[in-house]
Design a protein around this ligand. Structure first.
Ligand code: TRP
Length: 336
């Protein structure tokens, strides 16, 4: 198994990122032999949208610190920044010859992000999925942990791989492995603490709406205390959460953090009011997040350590990428 996944360095990681993607990455790392997982910061993808250069570099380093703090172990996983492995950009160019305009035109993320103004978008936003295909095909990835929203991009990567294999390889020696998306079944959808119908997001203007991995214990307790709820006590079964998005969100967060299920949480807290439940949730969050927070705060300021982690990861990634990139040049008849 070769597991490859990337995350854009947006900065300011919150509980939604942690429970959605990162915790899953850590689980995969822990369940597979050392060296099976490659995780990277997709900083090249970040320039497909308007961005502030100084923020991108700061966010990239900050995100490495956060990933390590959350449990990604650079000794067991290959952790690197996309820019430091130029093979990604090179492979993308080669795959641009295989990807079709029509395929990219059908990508829902492109349509959503471009909206009515396609003409005004960067070319990078349009070819973003080809770079993503390069990211995984370069390493012969067999499995790609992603959220539901990235499934279509993975299907495109398979289509590109298949067409390249058909067009440029013999049937008994295909170059690319077709990667499978791995979408965690219980990926908890973490919602805003202020509005149970909006996703927890780093772009919400109210910091009270989200739990940041940088929040200290007092801040965490306060945010949970102030979280929006309704006046009813918690129900004793899941059906009772219907139409109560804020209650459902807090119970979901509790279950995800405790490693239990919504049913189990309701068996314990059903019939109790938020006056009892919120302090319990706050204590749980503090217990689980404080160690992450401590590691994050320490590592974030250790620029030398961060750069060393990235350098080692990039060296290893480049070794792994080299044979496939060379074979792709050869298959295309490019003289290297
Ligand atoms: N597009 C992905 C996202 O926004 C990030 C990403 C870039 C990625 N390259 C990847 C994910 C390769 C998996 C594999 O979430």
């Amino acid at each position: 198994m070769r597991i490859v996944s990337g995350i854009q360095p947006t900065g300011n990681l919150h509980l939604g990122n942690y429970l959605g993607a990162i915790r899953n990455w850590v689980r995969m790392q822990d369940e597979h032999p050392a060296g099976s997982c490659l995780y990277f910061l997709a900083d090249l993808h970040a320039i497909s949208m308007p961005h502030v250069p100084a923020e991108l570099s700061a966010n990239t380093r900050e995100m490495v610190a956060a990933l390590v703090a959350c449990g990604i172990d650079p000794a067991r996983s290959v952790l690197f920044n996309q820019t430091q492995v130029p093979e990604h950009a090179q492979m993308q160019w080669l795959l641009n010859g295989t990807a079709r305009m029509g395929w990219l035109n059908r990508m829902t993320q492109w349509k959503d992000k471009a909206g009515k103004n396609r003409e005004g978008q960067s070319v990078a936003l349009f070819t973003y999925p080809v770079l993503q295909a390069a990211d995984v095909l370069l390493y012969q990835a067999t499995h790609v942990p992603v959220g539901e929203d990235q499934k279509q991009h993975l299907e495109l990567a398979r289509d590109i791989a298949q067409k390249f294999n058909n067009d440029f390889c013999t049937e008994d020696a295909p170059l690319f492995t077709l990667p499978d998306p791995m979408i965690p079944p219980e990926a908890a959808r973490i919602m805003s603490l202020r509005d149970g119908s909006a996703k927890m997001s780093k772009s919400d203007p109210s910091d009270m709406s989200r739990i940041n991995l940088t929040d200290d214990a007092d801040t965490l307790m306060n945010k949970v205390k102030k979280a929006k709820t309704d006046p009813e006590p918690l129900p004793s079964d899941k059906d009772g959460l219907a139409g109560r998005p804020e209650a459902a969100n807090l119970v979901g967060i509790y279950a995800a953090m405790a490693g239990s299920s919504v049913e189990q949480v309701l068996a314990e807290f059903g019939g109790q009011g938020f006056g009892r439940f919120k302090p319990a949730l706050g204590d749980l969050l503090v217990a689980k997040l404080a160690p992450i927070n401590d590691r994050f705060v320490a590592l974030r300021q250790d620029r030398a350590a961060l750069d060393a982690i990235l350098r080692a990861g990039a060296n290893r990634a480049r070794e792994l990428a080299a044979p496939t990139l060379a074979a792709a040049y050869d298959a295309l008849g490019l003289v290297r």
